[in-house]
Design a protein around this ligand. Structure first.
Ligand SMILES: *Cc1c(COP(=O)(O)O)cnc(C)c1O
Length: 361
């Protein structure tokens, strides 16, 4: 058996083992072409099927309505930070953002290249340990923007803000797309770098409502318009075929498990195991996020001293529990337990943390 560890890295992140095995099996001879998928035309029939299946799986798993387009783009979620304001600007109206952490700030920075930005709510006052409540967007913004899950700080929206039907809501779902049932109709656009919850790095999924595609100014470079990609079903130029193929395999696996409702149950169970461990530790482990804002995907926590945290990360890695060091901007520890992280891995981590506490109290 090949050695495999439990990989808690934030991204690129663990992928479903069956998806990796299928890719391995297909590698040298994809669908009897005698070539790998990486070596064949993005216009070939063999690839066209992969491409269509990947999009169909997204549509099925997220129940994406027909008036939304599914795009597979490059440049990472980071490129959507500018493509959102570029494509959604309207009549000089302001853009409204919620600042819930490092990724929100990056999105806000890019918005300012295209118009007036208002930050309508922020949790910076308490080091981004919560999701602001009663967020009020105005009725005449060009669009509103939220970061659905804050990968670095470990907080997640559990209720979507309400806003006027005239104001499309844009959401960065990079680190939690498909972690729980989400009503796509609430959003004008959803985007996600694939490498956290649905696939490898190299491709970004964008789900955008059709009527928003015409807002983009005429003099925008072709590749930066969502419309270019929407009109050509993301085959305007050579796309990241291999990355899309890996997304297809990983989404097939999710579909086989019973789709989003099934994984949501599993995700809630996994996250609860770790949060319960903290809550029962008499303060030995302290979760960073406030209980009502806790992420299902990125579990951030601290021990009493940085030395103890370092020791904990090191001993965990000796038990094949890998990637638990917190992001450099917050320190502490972080367990990223995306859809592909098996329950076993989280059980093993919770067990390890209990034992580590007993030995180090
Ligand atoms: C990782 C991450 C990004 C950046 O994604 P890239 O694909 O590397 O550009 C953006 N937003 C969130 C919430 C992330 O977790």
């Amino acid at each position: 058996m090949t050695k495999r560890v439990y990989n808690f890295y934030a991204g690129p992140a663990t992928l479903p083992l069956p998806a990796l095995k299928k890719a391995q099996e297909d590698l040298l001879n994809f669908k009897d072409t005698g070539m790998s998928l990486m070596e064949i035309s993005h216009r070939s029939k063999a690839y066209a099927e992969v491409h269509a299946e990947a999009s169909n799986l997204v549509r099925k798993l997220m129940k994406v309505p027909n008036d939304y387009k599914i795009l597979w783009l490059q440049g990472g979620a980071s490129s959507q930070f500018f493509m959102v304001p570029l494509n959604l600007q309207k009549d000089g109206k302001p853009f409204e953002y919620v600042n819930t952490g490092a990724w929100s700030k990056k999105a806000i920075k890019e918005g300012k290249f295209y118009g007036e930005v208002n930050v309508v709510a922020s949790s910076e006052d308490e080091n981004f340990s919560y999701i602001p409540k009663n967020i009020k967007f105005s009725d005449d913004a060009a669009f509103a923007h939220v970061t659905g899950n804050n990968t670095i700080f470990g907080t997640e929206f559990h209720e979507w803000p309400k806003l006027s039907t005239d104001v499309p809501l844009a959401c960065d779902m990079s680190s939690h797309i498909m972690d729980k049932a989400t009503d796509v109709k609430k959003f004008g656009v959803i985007y996600a770098g694939a490498q956290k919850n649905i696939g490898p790095s190299g491709v970004t999924l964008v789900i955008v409502r059709e009527d928003l595609l015409d807002r983009v100014p005429e003099n925008t470079p072709t590749m930066q318009k969502w419309k270019t990609h929407a009109d050509k079903d993301s085959l305007f130029n050579t796309g990241p075929c291999w990355a899309i193929y890996m997304c297809k395999l990983s989404l097939e696996h999710l579909n086989g498990l019973g789709g989003v409702p099934a994984i949501e149950k599993i995700n809630r169970k996994k996250a609860k195991m770790l949060y319960d461990t903290f809550d029962k530790s008499d303060g030995f482990y302290k979760g960073h996020a406030k209980p009502d804002s806790r992420s299902l995907m990125n579990i951030t926590f601290n021990l009493k001293t940085p030395e103890l945290e370092e020791k904990c990360v090191k001993e965990a890695s000796e038990c094949d529990l890998i990637g638990l060091k917190g992001h450099r901007s917050v320190g502490g520890m972080r367990a990223s337990i995306y859809n592909a992280m098996p329950v076993d891995g989280v059980e093993k981590l919770a067990e390890f943390l209990k034992e580590f506490q007993e030995k180090n109290e």
